[in-house]
Design a protein around this ligand. Structure first.
Ligand code: PEP
Ligand code: MG
Length: 829
């Protein structure tokens, strides 16, 4: 064992690494260490060392400090973007330096003004070593004792014992600032996740892609050629990810801080607690708080072999249970499949095994692993991704129960109760499905989480993001849950109770009547046909939709079928799923949407480079056009479906007519090649551009379908996955409605039908307005089909046209909702 004493390389404030405003450093992705917020302008050597690299932009240096350990000192955050301005390196790679020797002089003012921060991480990036800060947090002078590195055995030589052939791919570095610390850290993370052994070779030098320092020492500037070689694990996926990182044309930005709890902005009645609607409906009943007890977890293991075996048995038991339940009805089947993929995640298992190797008991190691992964997901700042942390916790809890031989405490919830919870797990929801609860009120959560999807599928209203204020509601307090308004009315006046009771009875009667109407096509009271289709994400959904009387499928989200895949689905695999959906809806049209990945829907098998604004980046049809093989495979799969004439192909995220024409060209070419007859092709209207040019798009489309979820986010400039704006993102905003009117008017010039397949179609307050604006098909979740048909049957065209005109003239979404509530009362009289 050798100790290396480090002295302060900079005058400034000593800080823990966690204070660095960049998760790549703060979360230790680059390695352990500390940081200094500089007050001085010269970086000095913290110990005797050899200079390994000085970044071309002069802002970072790596040092070999002996014993196989290396240090990275990175002046400021995002300083690579300064392009070397203000930095004067005083040493070069290969120089030997003594503690205190000046390494880099820099213009502190320029760093403070031009970079994200001046805070300078000092990171132990390589070697079997630990680093301990000896200085107290606070001001430090250059040369004062700072930290100690305890160096152990040098890193073991690479054994190269990974099975499989070696895959190779050449790439050219497009990163504007070359390969610097952050993309290097992401490459290392991607390689770690893939389980592959990967090297990068450039100009005759080879570096292990598991080592950030080795990658940096390649000095890869923009324009350099690199050969990536990978074998074992998910070698192809690792190469895809690395190519994407090296060829990103913008540098990966530090992830934003997690979003704050949403403001309570939705207009609510007096005395009501406000949240965000997650599954529509109205319910009332006694409050029941779900309090879950975590089983007692033994922390110390009984030996590595024993605990590894327990972990393996626990995972196998849960895998068998999930497999047995897979293919279950509707959305629940999809969630179970997603949970199966989480269970197979080598990173989760690897983390748990590492915990056991450090002496932990299997159950505690599994829970710790899940919390670690969950924290990483939350740190992405992407609310949709963060919501998956609940699924990971849920899977881990199942494994814990399997290991301990315990059972999750039986959820004995009184029938008819409104269940209050901090957060709900998908498995709890499935357990509660049998308990016939009336509604869900959740302190946290998000409107796009799996549990929200499940609640909507169960037909149980849910309000999420109610915040801490909801804790005042005591068990057994009588409440009304108005999930359409995102409100909980606590201890309501008897008159208000009577009003809610009447509302619930009306809905129940309407649903019963609609179910009784079965497959009868929907029409307004005065005879206008309004088709009610279903939105699907699986074959099981298609079966549920058929049972609910859906007249067709208005949106098959094909990306959901393959969301958990690490390898792109081929023609045969895709065709099998499409065939299953088409077969489940005999004689009815099926709108198959081309892959809509990117943005908030990452597909692990398609490496999309990190983007500063993913919602405005490579998503929807832009991905398929950028990767013609993806489009080709999907079109071939659709054309292989028997009765393909019942299929309609829908293009997502169209912003320009050229995109639709490019798809039509590919479709016609393949139809010619395969000898298939005409197939309808339509465009989604999800961008303001598509709405404003609906007449032009309609000239080349067989149908238009409004994706109101995305249209709303783009019109209002509010991220649909960000809970901080969840309360304001309302598709009934007059701006959104005016664009829907524009779409219907534009389509009418070409006699092209317009449907709505976004969430607005399933909102009972919105549907009459949509019909009044000219929409002729509403595509809703399968569970909403009967109620939507019943609602349509109560409308008359003259009334909805007047209602739509009034809505367009309202001054805000709350005004439209007030009008819509009055309209709903009138038609239910
Ligand atoms: C929409 O944006 O409204 C839509 C239907 O597409 P998705 O929700 O899948 O993005
Ligand atoms: Mg969309």
């Amino acid at each position: 064992m050798t100790d290396v004493q480090l002295v302060a390389p900079l005058a400034g404030w000593v800080l823990p690494l966690t204070a660095v405003p960049d998760p790549v450093f703060a979360e230790g992705m680059m390695g352990p260490g500390l940081a200094i917020d500089p007050t001085g302008d010269t970086l000095h050597a913290p110990c005797d060392a050899q200079v390994l690299t000085v970044h071309a932009a002069g802002h970072a240096v790596t040092l070999d400090v002996g014993g196989g350990a290396s240090l990275l000192i990175h002046i400021g955050i995002d300083t690579v973007k300064l392009g070397g301005q203000g930095f004067t390196p005083l040493v070069a790679a290969g120089d030997r330096v003594r503690a205190g020797d000046p390494l880099i002089r820099f213009d502190l003012d320029a760093v403070v003004q031009g970079a994200a921060a001046a805070v300078t991480p000092v990171i132990l990036v390589e070697g079997e070593a630990t680093i301990a800060t000896v200085a107290a947090e606070g001001l430090i002078a250059v040369g004062a004792p700072l930290a100690r590195i305890v160096v152990g055995a040098p890193v073991a030589a690479d054994t190269g014992a990974v099975d499989g052939e070696t895959l190779r791919r050449d790439a050219v570095v497009l990163l504007p600032h070359g390969l610097h610390a952050r993309p290097a850290a992401r490459i290392v993370a991607a390689v770690r996740d893939s389980g592959a052994e990967v090297t990068l070779t450039s100009d005759g030098e080879t570096a292990s892609a598991s080592s950030p320092i080795a990658l940096l020492s390649l000095g890869l500037a923009q324009g350099r050629n690199v050969t990536i070689a990978a074998r074992g694990g998910r070698a192809a996926a690792a190469i895809d990810a690395i190519v994407a990182l090296l060829t990103a044309e913008v540098d990966a930005a530090p992830a934003p801080a997690p979003a704050a709890r949403p403001p309570v902005a939705r207009e609510a009645e007096a005395g009501a607690l406000s949240g965000v609607p997650a599954a529509p409906g109205l319910a009332m009943g006694p409050a029941f708080w779900l309090r879950l007890e975590m089983p007692e977890l033994p922390t110390m293991g009984e030996g590595v072999a024993v605990e590894q075996a327990r972990l393996a048995d626990g995972i196998a038991a849960v895998a068998a249970a999930l497999d047995a339940a897979a293919g279950g009805p509707g959305q629940m089947g999809g969630v179970l499949a997603a949970h199966r993929a989480i269970l197979d995640d080598p990173d989760l298992r690897g983390r748990a095994e590492a915990g056991i190797a450090n002496g932990m008991a299997a159950a505690a190691a599994m829970m710790t692993a899940a919390e670690g992964q969950g924290a990483q997901l939350r740190a992405t700042g992407n609310a949709r991704i963060a919501e998956r942390a609940d699924d990971i916790r849920d899977v881990a809890l199942r494994v814990v129960h399997a290991i301990l031989g315990t059972k999750a405490a039986a959820l004995t919830v009184p029938a008819g109760a409104i269940v209050f919870a901090d957060d709900l797990l998908p498995s709890q929801l499935s357990a509660l499905a049998a308990a016939r609860v009336a509604g869900f009120a959740v302190v946290g959560g998000g409107p796009t989480s799996h549990v929200a999807m499940l609640a909507a599928g169960m037909g149980v209203p849910m309000v999420v993001a109610l915040g801490e204020a909801v804790r005042v509601v005591a068990d057994e307090t009588f409440v009304i849950l108005d999930a359409d308004a995102g409100a909980v009315i606590v201890d309501p006046h008897p008159d208000r109770q009577a009003q809610a009771r009447a509302g619930i009875a009306t809905r129940a009667a309407a649903e019963a009547a609609a179910l009784a109407a079965g497959d009868r096509p929907a029409a307004t009271a005065d005879g206008q046909a309004i088709h009610v289709y279903a939105n699907l994400g699986s074959v099981a959904d298609a079966e549920a939709a058929a049972a609910a009387g859906a007249e067709g499928c208005g949106l098959l989200r094909t990306e959901i079928l393959f969301l958990d895949r690490s390898v792109a689905p081929d023609v045969a695999e895709q065709a099998a799923d499409y065939r299953g959906v088409v077969a489940a809806l005999p004689g009815r049209p099926v709108v198959i949407r081309l892959l809509d990945v990117g943005g908030d829907k990452p597909a692990p098998y398609l490496a999309i480079p990190h983007e500063e604004n993913p919602a405005l980046g490579l998503r929807g049809i832009r991905v398929s056009l950028a990767r013609p093989e993806v489009l080709d495979t999907q079109l071939r799969a659709i054309l292989a479906v028997p009765e393909v004439e019942r299929c309609r192909i829908m293009v997502p995220m169209v912003a320009s007519i050229d995109e639709l024409l490019a798809v039509r060209e590919a479709l016609d070419r393949l139809r010619g090649e395969l000898g298939v007859g005409p197939v309808q092709l339509g465009a989604m209207v999800e961008t303001p551009a598509a709405a404003a040019t609906a007449d032009l798009i309609a000239a080349h489309a067989d149908f238009l379908s409004i994706g109101s979820n995305d249209l709303t986010q783009y019109v209002l400039a509010m991220d649909r996955g960000n809970p901080a704006v969840a309360a304001g993102i309302d598709g009934l905003h007059p701006a959104v409605l005016r664009l829907i009117r524009m779409t219907c008017d534009g389509a009418a010039t070409r006699n092209v039908p317009v449907s709505v397949c976004g969430g607005l179609a399933a909102d009972p307050l919105a549907a009459p307005i949509l019909v009044g604006l000219g929409v002729r098909t509403l595509s809703v979740p399968p569970a909403r089909v009967p109620a939507t048909k019943a609602l349509v049957a109560r409308l008359t065209m003259a009334a909805v046209r007047d209602h739509a005109d009034a809505a367009l003239a309202a001054s805000n979404a709350a005004g439209v909702r007030a009008l819509a509530r009055r309209f709903a009362e009138e038609i239910s009289r």
